[in-house]
Design a protein around this ligand. Structure first.
Ligand SMILES: [Ca+2]
Ligand SMILES: [Ca+2]
Length: 304
């Protein structure tokens, strides 16, 4: 192949790729399989249920901008049953700190973990600090606000919504969003367990764990395309998992302070097109290959 032909083909390919108008590399967006469970999960912040031991864990979170490694480990896992979507975070943190204690305080001004759940016409934002205090907002895309039917619901009356146009990625091709900053997710259960001492820097903490349960039936405004609640085998949702810190690792590390399962490439969480693909399977979590304890005896015959 000549260099010019090669160049032409590259131009053609990049021409096609130019259709992708988002700052996260399309081929790097994370994919995950969320397994089904039948045993109950106790929402107490402790991830000691067998299901959490068996559930696949995300890769270690990396910097939102670059995808480069960051100083502390963060992992998320997802499970589900007919009633709830379950989310867990394992957060390594040598100095656990928190300030805010009132619902809808500006938790993003604390060290926090965040979970975004997207549907075609809207998405839900959830943030939590180590005091188990949350901040939550429900955003509706303006371009489908009328067509989706969401504009007809009392919850999303125009007078209750505040225009929002993203943080740093302000030219999303769908345009702006309308946020209900008074939204509370019905039936949400949340808990934090701190493995260490909170707001006491005289010691070194191991970190904190977060356990969340979102009722499927409270996601009807995200399911405006008629998707099944709870999901069916193979259904895919876009969900995002991140962690923001008020501190940064010292230079030369290029720590933005925002750490993500799947990087966005820009300082903006509000890009559902960059969220990981979470595929739901009806297979029991006991069938998950990743996350199971490693064999303790190396001489054990491999399973057939
Ligand atoms: Ca638990
Ligand atoms: Ca401490």
């Amino acid at each position: 192949m000549t260099r010019s032909l090669c160049f032409s083909l590259l131009t053609l390919v990049s021409g096609d790729a130019a259709e992708w108008k988002f700052p996260c590399p399309e081929n790097e967006i994370a994919r995950y399989t969320a397994y089904h469970i039948t045993e109950p999960i106790r929402i107490d912040g402790r991830l000691d249920e067998p299901a959490w031991q068996q559930a696949p864990r995300s890769p270690r979170f990396s910097d939102i901008l670059t995808g480069q490694p960051v100083i502390h480990d963060t992992r998320a896992s997802v499970l589900w049953d007919e009633e709830y979507l379950y989310v867990a975070y394992r957060i390594e943190e040598p100095l656990v700190r928190a300030k805010f204690t009132n619902h809808n305080d500006l938790i993003y001004q604390d060290n926090d973990v965040e979970c975004f759940i997207a549907g075609p016409d809207a998405y839900y934002e959830f943030e939590l600090n180590a005091f188990n205090t949350c901040y939550e907002v429900f955003f509706v895309w303006e371009d489908t606000y009328e067509r989706s039917g969401l504009s007809k619901l009392p919850e999303f009356e125009r007078s209750k919504l505040v225009p929002f146009n993203g943080v740093a990625f302000t030219n999303h091709r769908r345009g702006g969003r309308l946020g209900n900053f008074q939204h509370t997710f019905p039936g949400l259960k949340k808990a934090v367990h701190v493995d260490g001492t909170i707001n006491n820097d005289a010691d070194r903490d191991r970190g904190w764990t977060v356990e969340l349960a979102f009722p499927w039936q409270s996601m009807k405004w995200l399911a405006t395309d008629g998707r099944s609640l709870p999901p069916k085998e193979g259904d895919v949702w876009r969900m995002d998992f991140s962690r923001f810190n008020q501190y940064k690792e010292a230079p030369p590390a290029q720590d933005s302070g925002g750490w993500f399962w799947s990087r966005h490439g820009v300082w903006d969480s509000h890009i559902p097109e960059c969220f990981p693909y979470i595929r739901f399977t009806t297979n029991d979590v006991s069938q998950a290959a990743v996350g199971q304890p490693a064999p303790t005896n190396a001489s054990t015959k491999p399973e057939l």
